[in-house]
Ligand binder design. Structure first.
Ligand code: FPP
Length: 263
């Protein structure tokens, strides 16, 4: 999409309008990955049960997905449930799964209206059949959309993904001498997608938490103190603007500053 599509969605005079006008649409990250963190702390601050933080987090998901699509991002990946999250109380896991199901049902029309293609990355086959059905239905209904790809990482682990990719590579019959980084990436859950240029983590924690370990090799990391349920369009735009101020080196050297008066 474009600046116009973003601006038409922001009420005139709203503080986000100034942020949207600063975005350089020629230098957008192709892929933004987000670690949605701080739901429990958001709830604790309000003396609410943890699950209320997850419930409130759905509004942040909705706002982030629409902002990302209107910006014109190629890919957005949200970390909804890690392979480690099964260690949480069964009641909390149950609420997270129900929220996901409800989100997919209630947001399908918004995904379609915004031309968003939905996909899941993770060990989907270990999820309950009803969740798998819901995910499959959302994937199929949005499969022909041509806009942003929206990945939800579910029962996802970066190391598990690399192990799964290695198994797929072996099963494919590829010979060791044929395997290189590009071919190996083709066995990951994100095969064919650009790597994240920007990794956003909310709630101030400085960890990557087993998220997209292969793919974030050169990602810029942006950490905000904002707790996930409070994350909105403003925060995503701030992350993109911070990214656009960074100089990316990919292991190279920083270009010397231009010397004034030099030929
Ligand atoms: C981390 O907060 C958040 C999660 C483990 C789950 C994120 C899930 C949602 C926002 C809802 C469902 C998602 C979608 C895509 C519909 P935490 O509980 O670890 O917070 P804490 O660190 O403050 O305890």
């Amino acid at each position: 999409m474009s600046r116009e599509q973003l601006l038409e969605w922001i009420p005139a005079g709203h503080p986000d309008e100034a942020l949207a006008r600063q975005v350089d649409f020629e230098r957008l990250p192709a892929h933004i990955a987000v670690i949605m963190d701080g739901n429990g702390r958001w709830a604790a601050k309000r003396h609410l049960p943890r699950v209320e933080g997850h419930r409130a987090g759905i509004d942040a998901v909705r706002d982030t997905v629409e902002t990302a699509a209107r910006l014109g991002l190629g890919v957005l990946t949200l970390y909804a449930f890690s392979v480690e999250n099964w260690k949480r109380p069964a009641s909390e896991v149950g609420v997270l799964m129900r929220l996901l199901k409800r989100y997919l049902r209630s947001e399908l029309n918004t995904l379609l209206a915004n031309d968003i293609r939905f996909q899941v990355i993770g060990r989907i086959e270990e999820l309950s059949p009803d969740i798998q059905d819901e995910l499959g239905a959302a994937r199929e209904r949005t499969a022909d959309n041509k806009g942003m790809l929206f990945n939800i990482a579910l029962n996802y682990g970066g190391r598990a993904e690399i192990v799964d990719a290695a198994k797929r590579a072996i099963a494919s019959g590829i010979r060791p001498e044929q395997l290189d980084e590009e071919r190996f990436a083709g066995f990951l859950y994100t095969a064919g997608q650009p790597d994240p240029d920007l990794l956003i983590r909310t709630s101030g924690e400085l960890r990557v938490s087993n998220y997209l370990l292969w793919q974030i090799a050169y990602a810029e990391i942006y950490v905000t103190e904002t707790l996930w349920p409070d994350f909105r369009r403003q925060h995503l735009l701030e992350g993109v603007l911070a990214y656009q101020k960074r100089e990316r080196r990919y292991g190279g050297i920083t270009p010397a500053p231009a010397v004034i008066g030099a030929q």
